[in-house]
Design a protein around this ligand. Sequence first.
Ligand code: SF4
Ligand code: SF4
Length: 385
Amino acid sequence: MTTKSKVALVRCNSYEIHHVTQAVTRAVDLLGGINLFIMPGQKVLIKPNMLSPHPPEKAVTTHPALVQAVAELVKSSGGIPSVGDSPGFYKFSRVAEVSGIGEAVRKAGARLVPFDREQEIPTAAGCLMKSLVVASEVTNADVIISLPKFKTHALTCITAAIKNLFGCMPGLKKAEMHFRFSDDNRFSHMLADIALSIPARLHILDAIVGMDGNGPGAGDPFRIGLVIAGADPVAVDSTACRIVGIDPLTLPMVRIAAERGVGNASEERIEIVGEDFQKVRVPGFRYNPPAGAGRLLPIPDFFSLRFKNWIVRKPRFLRAICTKCGACVQICPARPKALRMEKGRIVIDDRNCIRCYCCSEICPSKAVRLTRGFGAALLARTLKL
Ligand code: SF4
Ligand code: SF4
């Protein structure tokens, strides 16, 4: 991308609806105003992160106040807002109610749309995949506004604007994609295909309270105090990373998206508006480097796949916490499956595990831990990583 990408930073220290409305409106105004993105009468799909049924204070899902504020802003500009997502495993209606998003949508007078019908669309020129299966609600919309939550992620290190568009795929398709693109480099190329083919017009990142540690489902709430918005998802993610002390160009997801022309990642190509970037930086954000061995050292992928048990982090199941709900076994996309329930406990077959970490993402009880392989632990100790 040759032109600079504008990213708006606006402080917001609470989820009181009037604070969030003020912050969202200011962020969008700094980008040129809502009418730059929406024309009256257009159908606007608002796509929050609705991973799993958790209350807002757990920071697993986009906060309902942000959803309400954006839906009201869309209405005020003459757009017709609907709110939808495709939770990987759980029922959409349950996630909507437990997360508070259902109530927020009703308050804003918008419509909730589960992503339960699918449609195949051709991908943009230059993509690796020829076509994509996405929810029909995505293709029916005139405009997409993405509302990601800023969280750590076991496979991609962080999840924010680029990764949120993966949720435009219906649930089972997402599992299939994990199987087809089963390391972080290939997965990142798949995400770039999606971002190029489903160009959301605006990304408004909920970084008021994000999640650090064992995200995206089992980490801890982490206060950043910002709404971060822009039309370029790579610039939004890169800026959010720098604010919490991550170099975005070390993340395959961000680097590959930038190389593929999804957006800008380098500081020189991003124009920050609103808050002073230096004054909003937040220390203490805990995250794991990207999953692949090649991210620990420049090790070729064929090597890391062959020696994955030695190098790449692997899931372990904590018997004392596991409720035996079976969600991880059902979501596991490996073929043959890497997980089974045996005599009332989860058993993993390391040979089949593709290290997609869907089990960790989906577990409602924080019973899945990712542990470094022996080789990686030794290497990390030696190099003091
Ligand atoms: S590990 Fe988590 S998802 Fe799997 S059965 Fe136990 S509680 Fe359920
Ligand atoms: S065991 Fe977990 S990490 Fe391994 S393939 Fe299955 S869901 Fe993915």
